[in-house]
Design a protein around this ligand. Structure first.
Ligand SMILES: Cc1cc2nc3c(=O)[nH]c(=O)nc-3n(C[C@H](O)[C@H](O)[C@H](O)COP(=O)(O)OP(=O)(O)OC[C@H]3O[C@@H](n4cnc5c(N)ncnc54)[C@H](O)[C@@H]3O)c2cc1C
Ligand SMILES: *[C@@H]1O[C@H](CO)[C@@H](O)[C@H](O)[C@H]1NC(C)=O
Length: 495
């Protein structure tokens, strides 16, 4: 059993007291809980994680993973994997579903000669990054947490250093209030209840009200609650940015055969980049950033046409693609486009196609198409008194460099460092004095990444001629200037 439901008699009048309450059971929230419970300095903290959805599917994945790939797949940097190794959760990953890749070929739809090969082996490393399902990451973290819980209950009578944790899934946060609003409740507080706050006033601890009627009052509240973060809103932290008016269409696909090259491909179309990234054997995954209209078409186009459309998207001129989209807009089941695509591909030299483009896509794995709105946003700060934000609650980024989840891992590492220092100095972990170090270490690096990806998106999603020429020159010279390429590779590999 992963979850131990604590059914106490606690009512709204007597909130349960916790040191750390994490809202969100996505990759960021689960990583933080695991990191807290593996840190010798922090494992004594009483923690609860609250997730609105059921985590049963995530739990089942560990013992009984589905045969097909699931459709939320991310690129993990070696640094993120190293971190999860340190936490002991990577031992629980299904490694047969993780694919290392060592390069990306990026090229421009407006200028076929503008190509850039990011090859990690050229700088003496062997893996650029690794493709991994989000559910694989989450399930490995849950399995590690289960192990930690086991250890703790075996030692519970002898080792009082770990104060345990609870995961309340299928439980929504309905409201977060500042204690001033619950003063009356506090007055009724059962003074016999053990109080972890000795020496501190509880008055400013936020109160989290849950859909199961219970409430938690917490020394430190963590927003790992994604883009619409209720915690960020509660803390009145501004988040700035914009929607790109683009959607990322994701899908799992089959290539013609297994590609020995182990590389990813990214083509910059004026509608947004289209990427094919390798998975094990002949499996692969795509992210096709596109306009609202095109993304709708990509979702509804016939399943048997879709693979050919992806192949076309990686190779054909945009005028030809636009023509094909038009035909399919009228009828998403119009198989005549297959002939169109085949005829246009036949004009390329076989050797050119083999060497300079990904293998043809031959199949869509059923029910794996989905789209996500693309946004760029960055919170002005990640902290407020007794509050810290991590992961997508703090920032969302264009997926073109595959950084979103990795940034959440960096946040967790930085926050854990700050908390460890605070505890070792005997400070209150909810105070901004402790939390400030987290912002100082995590915010600037994230800001640079967000800016770089935003600029790349803007430079490439245009057919404005001077810019096309300029970026073509940029790409060509990137091939020559290994140091600039090195910077790009550092971004993707997180080194
Ligand atoms: C198309 C696309 C491709 C991507 N590709 C990559 C990639 O290659 N590499 C990469 O690193 N990243 C990638 N990302 C980004 C990555 O998926 C996210 O950054 C990551 O999943 C964010 O994790 P998180 O835990 O911060 O937030 P989330 O996964 O959003 O988790 C937040 C959790 O909080 C819960 N929650 C919210 N409100 C409440 C509430 N009121 N009560 C209880 N629970 C609540 C939600 O149910 C949710 O489970 C991609 C994203 C997109 C859209
Ligand atoms: C990938 O494809 C191969 C062969 O097509 C298949 O046997 C394998 O199970 C697939 N992997 C996953 C995780 O779906």
């Amino acid at each position: 059993m992963f979850v131990r439901f604590v059914r106490s008699l606690a009512t709204q009048a007597t909130p349960k007291l916790q040191d750390v309450t994490i809202i969100g059971g996505g990759p960021a929230g689960l990583t933080l809980l695991t990191a807290l419970k593996t840190s010798p300095n922090l494992k004594h903290l009483k923690c609860t994680l609250v997730e609105g959805f059921s985590l049963n599917k995530v739990r089942d994945f560990y013992l009984d993973p589905p045969t097909d790939y699931t459709n939320r797949i991310v690129s993990l940097t070696p640094k993120s994997i190293e971190f999860m190794n340190k936490l002991g959760s990577w031992d629980y990953i299904h490694e047969d579903r993780v694919k290392d890749y060592d390069g990306i070929t990026a090229y421009d739809s407006q200028d076929a000669s503008a190509r850039m090969l990011l090859d990690i082996t050229s700088i003496g490393q062997d893996t650029l990054a690794s493709m991994c399902e989000v559910i694989n990451i989450q399930s490995s973290l849950l399995a590690r947490l289960e192990e930690l819980k086991q250890v703790e209950s075996d030692e519970s009578n002898t080792d009082a250093s770990s104060a345990g944790f609870d995961i309340l899934d299928g439980t929504k946060v309905v409201e977060i209030v500042s204690p001033a609003e619950t003063l009356v409740d506090l007055e009724n507080h059962d003074l016999n209840q053990p109080d972890p706050t000795v020496g501190n006033s509880k008055l400013d601890w936020p109160v989290v009200k849950l859909s199961n009627g219970e409430s938690i009052q917490t020394r430190l509240l963590i927003g790992a609650d994604g883009y619409n973060s209720p915690v960020r809103k509660f803390a009145e932290i501004e988040s700035r940015g914009w929607a790109y008016n683009r959607f990322g269409v994701v899908a799992c696909i089959k290539l013609q055969y297994e590609d020995f090259r182990s590389v990813g491909w990214q083509r910059f179309l004026t509608t947004g980049p289209l990427a094919i990234l390798p998975l094990t054997e002949d499996n692969a995954t795509i992210v096709w950033s596109s306009t609202p209209q095109l993304s709708e078409l990509l979702l509804k186009v016939n399943e048997a046409i879709f693979p050919h459309l992806v192949t076309a998207g990686m190779v054909l001129e945009e005028v030809d693609l636009n023509y094909i989209y038009k035909v399919l807009e009228k009828d998403p089941n119009d198989f005549s486009v297959l002939k169109e695509i085949e005829w246009r591909l036949s004009k390329f030299k076989a050797r050119d196609l083999e060497e300079n483009y990904p293998l043809p896509v031959v199949e869509l794995v059923p029910n794996t198409r989905a789209r996500f709105p693309l946004k760029m946003s960055h919170a002005d700060t990640y902290i407020a008194p007794r509050v810290a934000l991590i992961g997508d609650a703090a920032h969302t980024i264009h997926p073109l460099a595959g950084q979103g989840l990795n940034m959440g891992q960096t946040d967790v590492a930085a926050l854990i460092n700050a908390l460890e220092k605070g505890v070792s100095r005997g400070m209150d972990i909810g105070s901004t004095l402790v939390l400030e170090e987290y912002v100082a270490n995590a915010w600037p690096g994230n800001h640079v990444l967000l800016g770089a990806c935003d600029k790349l998106h803007k430079i490439f999603s245009t057919d404005f001629y001077p810019l096309v020429v300029a970026r073509g020159l940029g790409m060509k010279s990137l091939n020559y200037f290994d140091d600039v390429k090195g910077v790009m590779m550092k971004m993707i590999s997180g080194r």
